[in-house]
Write a protein that binds this ligand. Structure first.
Ligand code: ZN
Length: 297
């Protein structure tokens, strides 16, 4: 069952209206993850936005200084900052790491205030983050922090010296497989078949994670290929598998959005849930925010 957004979207796609709309400028996009490599989960969507000229900023709320079995602290944080910088560069986006310790994120007022300031200054149209159901406390608290900051973006009296937002962005949650207290419920599924290589390239920048730490904790360190090219091929397999599984899992949403013929054929996808705190999205607004979905023939 899908929420009203999907119904609106389906109505839009079946209408005979030509796709107008992107207002004056393409949407401004903030992707906010807990760690430097989390934003890459939304790299397909971010690449779509990059292609239409959006200003994009990727943010990690921690410096990633605990994500390794052999190094840590400042050397790891610096290494990950450089990996992140190179990843963001691929879509022309700055990748900002806040200097909070990995594994120690907490939903405190100081950090929420910082986020309110960053969000207001950037003036996003779209914000993408974690759901708050995730197994990892940093991911959970990132979701809480973003959600709580989001609700205060237009409250003039909070963080009063940073001008409040007069237009309210849409808040999207990245997909996950956690069931409790409620499972991820997609409103939008995006064909990322043409963006998959960009997603792989961005993720490939995170050498310390993709080829060292994550294989280590998964007991796969002996499977990691030696050369850079072989590593990318190895990594691509898992990214393709995940994007294919997302497309299959949310096939009905793809069909709703892209029509039966195209929707059935989409091989790789990302899916997003629109936060229920987002204000009602008009048809025009939806078209402006997701033009690569709505401009499909
Ligand atoms: Zn993470």
């Amino acid at each position: 069952m899908f929420k009203s957004h999907s119904i609106i979207i389906a109505a839009l796609l079946s209408s005979a209206l030509p796709y107008p709309v992107v207002a004056d400028e393409p949407p401004r996009v903030l992707v906010i993850g807990a760690h430097p490599d989390d934003a890459e989960s939304a790299a397909g969507l971010a690449a779509h936005y990059a292609a239409i000229g959006s200003e994009i900023m990727l943010i990690s709320l921690t410096n990633g200084d605990a994500g390794h079995h052999e190094i840590g602290g400042r050397p790891l944080a610096l290494r990950r900052a450089e990996e992140a910088r190179r990843s963001g560069q691929i879509i022309g986006a700055p990748y900002v790491l806040l200097d909070n310790h990995d594994g120690e994120l907490s939903p405190n007022w100081e950090l929420r205030k910082r986020l309110i300031q960053m969000m207001r200054r950037f003036q996003p149209d779209v914000i993408i983050t974690h759901r708050t159901n995730d197994y990892h406390p940093d991911h959970r608290y990132a979701g809480v922090l973003v959600r709580d900051a989001y609700t205060e973006l237009s409250v003039a009296g909070n963080v009063a010296l940073t001008p409040y937002l007069k237009k309210f962005p849409v808040l999207l949650y990245m997909s996950d497989n956690f069931e409790r207290p409620y499972p991820f419920t997609p409103d939008i599924a995006v064909d990322i078949s043409g963006q998959l290589d960009t997603k792989i390239d961005m993720t490939h920048c995170h050498v310390s994670q993709m080829y060292e730490w994550l294989p280590y904790i998964r007991g796969q360190i002996d499977q990691v290929p030696e050369s850079d090219a072989d590593r990318r091929v190895w990594l691509a397999e898992s990214i393709r598998a995940e994007a294919r599984s997302t497309a299959d899992k949310y096939r009905d949403v793809l069909i709703e959005l892209y029509g039966a013929e195209r929707g059935k054929a989409i091989e790789f996808a990302e899916a997003y849930e629109i936060s229920e705190y987002t204000l009602h999205l008009s048809e025009e607004k939806l078209r402006a925010l997701f033009p690569f979905v709505y401009s499909r023939p």
